[in-house]
Design a binder for this molecule. Sequence first.
Ligand code: FAD
Length: 489
Amino acid sequence: RYGSTLPPRSSAFATATKEHVEHLKSLLSSPNGVMSTLDGSASVDDLQPFNDDWMNKYHGKSQIVVKPKTAQEVSEILKYCNEQGLAVVPQGGNTGLVGGSNPVYDEIILNLSNMSTIRSFDEVSGILQCDAGCILETMDNYLADKGFIFPLDLGAKGSCQVGGNVATNAGGLRLLRYGSLHGTVLGLEVVLPDGTIYDSMGFDLKQLFIGSEGTIGIITGVSILAPKRPTAMNVAVFSLSSYEAVQKVFNETKAGLGEILSAFEFFDKQSYELVKRHMKEGGEADRKVFETEGEFYVLVETGGSNNDHDEEKLQNLLEKLMEDDLIQDGVLAQDQTQFHSLWKLRELIPESAGKAGSVYKYDLSVPVPKMYSLVEKMRARLGEAGLWKEGGGGRIREVVGYGHIGDGNLHINICADRYDDEIEKVIEPYVYEIVAEERGSISAEHGLGVMKAPYIGYSKSPTSIELMKQVKKMFDPKGILNPYKYVVV
Ligand code: FAD
């Protein structure tokens, strides 16, 4: 599944032995923190969830999983691996979608899930300090109890970790309101490949680690600014007849809702159908959400401090959009249950696509007016190759488009009967070529991992790539951290 562009396993790396496992155990406070098939402390099956990725697309062959509990332990492990020439892959919640979090060959998996302590929270400033292995949803619930909100939200929140979020510079559903992690992260504790523990004071070097996908250091602690949680939240979903209308509604919504707008998501009717089917298969009653279904849907969320005020604004917006014929139908959540069920229409898309087949996933960024044409071009391309047919029946079961339109971020999911090189060749590098034509980004938020490492040149200049390689070499001269990925030196 790694394609023909993957470099072979580097002979510069040592092959792990039972002795290595013994030594790694001696570095941890608990020997249970190391699982390995080499000394019989774990079976191949035990290690499989760490070797496989969320999509079941990428499969590593590591024989060792290490789960340290402190930054000091991470430091000891990296120091040892660096000395021994053992390659390491940092792993958070393993929800990444580009094959970045699992090994390509036999790299040691350094999993952060045992580092999940909240270090401190300041209720005046809103500054949260936590271990990198804290689960995003756990942190958001913790903050909710105190009247604050985590400035990031995404569909994988129940499993992904704060460290993984920072390492991928995750965008997600609240970026429109709270901005990127480059602004909200105040400090990082990072263990460098030689074991040095870096605490980000002085030059703002922490920015280098945000989005570096575990290639230049392991994030062990995060300090982040949590805003006050809006006390009034509401959501509406509209059905629309065209992508032109989606853009106009976005403009009207920004103007009409102003500071209370907290998310603006869009999805096409194919995405909506997948979700409906998935919910039905999961036993949910078939319910009619819209009187008039559309070609496209947008989800608008508001977050403010006065429910009546926000509801009035949302109601006025709904009426104006109806009057101007920009939307066909609209549903406004009436209570918490409806709030969540409307959000589900958007949040369940990735899972529903996964149920429909083996999914080729792309997160792309191009100017908003051009965004949906990428989906149409992709359908045409797959149709010409005889893989996709309107209405079904081809090896490609569905091609759907959705995303965070508020930050120009499109997801294309291509559901195939199975992962297959023939299909992949039709899609790649074509998908990156059409992005490059618009001078867009081949990775809006998921990162490059192993999947897109060969294609970095489609959205980064040779100068940028060279500088990135120099940075990688400076932090990790032996190249032990997350090799074969992101920027291959
Ligand atoms: P992992 O998948 O474990 O790792 C991701 C990368 O970060 C790997 O390269 C890994 O080596 C590195 N890494 C992990 N932890 C550390 C660490 N502590 N130090 C250094 N490197 C580390 N992403 C978005 O941006 N926006 C979305 O809206 C979004 N929605 C999603 C919805 C679903 C249903 C799913 C399955 C995924 C979604 N993702 C989204 C992708 C993914 O959840 C994010 O990339 C997330 O930030 C990854 O966190 P994680 O802890 O699972 O990291």
